[in-house]
Write a protein that binds this ligand. Structure first.
Ligand SMILES: Nc1ncnc2c1ncn2[C@@H]1O[C@H](COP(=O)(O)OP(=O)(O)OP(=O)(O)O)[C@@H](O)[C@H]1O
Ligand SMILES: [Mg+2]
Length: 132
């Protein structure tokens, strides 16, 4: 199974990319593709269609376009749920210690990492960002 992972601009600005990638590697998953790029508002409207009408969406666009991201394809058994477990909950106060967000994120918006929420969405997102 494979999933789409994206290190958000705060991860790069805070020099946490290496730490986060290291956790993915230590878990045992395989990173089979990786690239650095900058998101646009158009692609974010597509990627975050489920939150595009919520009041905080303009702030998410501002944040997510504020610097480069690192997109990755990560592979392993049950990796979609497994990566969500490594990431921790969306809301920083619900993300438990030991998870990436629990250890390093302190706001709900700037939460360091995106991971697909289902195997179906993983394939859609890999097609969107890697064209494969
Ligand atoms: N209540 C909120 N306040 C501020 N930002 C939020 C809030 N809810 C979600 N977000 C932002 O929108 C992103 C997408 O929300 P979603 O519900 O898909 O959470 P997620 O699946 O945990 O995160 P992601 O899709 O980035 O992996 C969140 O990661 C966060 O940056
Ligand atoms: Mg999501």
């Amino acid at each position: 199974m494979r999933t789409y992972i994206m290190l958000k601009p705060d991860a790069l600005k805070r020099r946490l990319a290496g730490e986060i990638i290291s956790r993915i590697e230590k878990k045992g998953y395989e990173i089979t593709d990786m690239k650095m790029f900058t998101l646009t508002e158009d692609i974010l409207k597509e990627h975050y269609a489920h939150i595009a009408n919520l009041p905080f969406f303009p702030d998410i666009v501002k944040f997510m376009t504020s610097g480069p991201v690192i997109g990755m394809i990560v592979e392993g058994p049950d990796v979609v749920q497994g990566m969500r477990n490594l990431m921790g909950a969306t809301k920083c106060l619900e993300a438990t210690a030991g998870t990436i967000r629990g250890d390093f994120a302190f706001t709900n918006g700037e939460n360091l990492i995106h991971g697909s929420d289902s195997p179906e969405n993983a394939e859609i997102e890999i097609a969107r960002f890697f064209g494969k």
